[in-house]
Design a protein around this ligand. Structure first.
Ligand SMILES: [Zn+2]
Length: 268
């Protein structure tokens, strides 16, 4: 770590310990390679020097890759890596010290069903093909993102799993009773619900507005099958939709994405 005029910079260096197979090419390489690179290991803490030259490389930051089912499954085996706080991270990692997992959530037997439950929540998650991916990618919908935003960080990150993993270790060692742990979890949930009651939750309803009054339409089952009805009924009865409005579901996986097509009856 360097500081130049108040700005902090990181520097990394790779050191070749053994040449390996590259030794075979050493003759031709040595001719071109000049050892003019600076050795960072010669620096000491708090040493200062003059900055002679600087240049800026123009590069584009890449967004993180989308998750697929297999990358999600593997991420669950090393969930601790998503925890920012190092001491908390080590608490989740400690759980797996006798396995090949590195701070996992779920178990080999439960992970697939956890993902199945997540996938069935089509209001929050969409799973679709994406250019450049062999597998289908998992994305949060707008509602899914709003839902995550309404949750505290310890839930959207694996932090809470780490906190509970530590408590489970305390139960194992006899330093905490199961009852005390359950009470702890109960009061945590009660706190979350209280916060929700106090602050509410802001999630965009992705519904179709009634063409007559603008209130949301909902699908109801009637004598002749399903039909779209206005939530303003009985004040708004115009919205009992029959042949005047044509609702087409764009895709089965996202029932909230609805296109509306109003056909006006023309009288000549
Ligand atoms: Zn209406």
């Amino acid at each position: 770590m360097f500081e130049i005029e108040g700005n902090q910079f990181h520097a990394t260096q790779s050191i070749l310990v053994e040449k390996g197979w590259e030794i075979l090419h050493s003759a031709e390489k040595d001719a071109t390679e000049e050892s003019q690179s600076f050795d960072l290991s010669t620096l000491k803490t708090n040493s200062s020097a003059e900055c002679i030259e600087s240049s800026v490389d123009k590069k584009k930051t890449k967004p993180p890759k989308y998750f697929t089912e297999s990358t999600l499954l593997s991420a669950m085996t090393r969930a601790a890596s998503f925890i920012d706080d190092p001491s908390l991270r080590s608490k989740l990692e400690a759980k797996d010290k006798e396995s090949s997992d590195r701070g996992s959530i779920g178990t080999e037997a439960t992970r697939a069903s956890i993902l199945g439950k997540l996938a069935s929540n089509t209001n929050l998650i969409s799973i679709a093909s994406e250019k450049g991916y062999k597998e289908k990618v998992w994305k949060t919908t707008k509602q899914g993102q709003e839902f995550c935003q309404a949750l505290p960080k310890e839930i959207t990150k694996p932090d809470i799993s780490a906190m509970w993993a530590e408590k489970q270790a305390f139960i194992k060692s006899g330093d905490l009773t199961v009852e005390a742990f359950i009470q702890d979890v109960d009061s945590y949930i009660a706190e979350r619900i209280d916060a929700l009651v106090q602050h509410g939750i802001n999630i965009t309803a992705n519904t179709v507005p009634c063409p007559a009054c603008g209130k949301a339409l909902i699908s109801r089952a009637g004598k002749y099958g399903k039909f779209w009805s206005c939530t303003g009924y009985p004040e708004c009865d115009k919205a009992t939709l029959t042949n005047k409005v044509n609702l087409t579901l764009r895709q089965e996986s996202n029932p909230w994405s609805v296109s509306i097509n109003v056909q006006r009856a023309t009288r000549d």
